[in-house]
Design a binder for this molecule. Sequence first.
Ligand code: ADP
Ligand code: MG
Length: 349
Amino acid sequence: MDNSQNLSTLGEFGLISRIAAGVSTADGVVTGIGDDAAVTAFTPGMQLLTSTDMLLEDVHFRRAWHDPYRLGRKSLAVSISDIAAMGAIPRWALLSLAIPGDLPLDFIDDFTKGFLSMAAEHGVTLIGGDTCSSRAGLVLSVTIMGEQLPDLILRRSGAQSGDEIWVTGTLGDAALGLKLLDFGSAQPPGLALAPSCSLGGAEWHEHLISRLLDPAPRVIAGLALAESGLASSMIDISDGILADFGHIAEQSGVGGCIRLQDLPLSAEFLRSTEMSDEFPYQLPLSGGEDYELCFTASPLNREKIIECMKKCGVEATPVGIVTSLPGVAVIHADGSPHALQNKGFNHFK
Ligand code: ADP
Ligand code: MG
């Protein structure tokens, strides 16, 4: 590509062509980027699932922390995660950009490469979008479409009293990664970090930061749970398990009890923190952006779920129980209640 160009020489349509140049044709895409609307053909018998997400500079990401390639990946990953959380197959995406005029073209090229790499990993095709200039920061909006057979779609509303509450992967890594970035080389206040932990540069810090900057949506696990019929409800964890299981509870007309000692923590999380009274339980409970799945299932399915998730290369952990009483409680190993500090990220609170 010609790198002597910039946004103003390229213009809106030049930029759209530049983005479109990286997109290949795909099954189901009858007409892609370039016409007034995209035309797609979805699999007969399936229903269409649609979700949209915005990412705003200095609200959802900072350009100083987020390299454009991983920003491109994440902007699509968070949308794919919504389709995964319904147990559906991600298919098509629309990308809308509001770009500050002085943004280097290299930034957009790397962003697009990242976006398209995430798309390729999950069989998603970019079929359109919108492009305009911004006077206040970079704005990214991604719309994703997926499909699934009607009977397999997993909703937030299916949890039953007596079901177990499960999570995939580990919790709190992304939130700890954010703390590490936020405080640079200083000790984050209120966070008990291991004494051996020299901030900045440790390999496990890279892992935690990468969980924040480049999350992996759990598409295969979500699909396997839908196809096996083992789960009764599902959601992706974008605002912390407490808030996100809370949505399941509310929409299912149930409550839940989460066991603190069972929350799955990564080796990197444990190495970077210290088990003490000040242990940062807050992060696995209410830290955002893990993009793991939280689902509920009958206790009779426990072994089958472990087996099914193993086949997907994903660890899944039962962390609590669905109760008929509304509200979500968190308990310590001895059964005593854990005092909750905050329920997860909420834009207007
Ligand atoms: P219209 O004026 O009819 O809305 P546009 O000029 O906005 O059309 O877009 C022309 C084509 O380019 C459309 O197919 C649109 O979906 C696509 N497009 C615009 N911006 C993007 C983008 N950021 N990424 C992918 N496709 C885009
Ligand atoms: Mg348009």
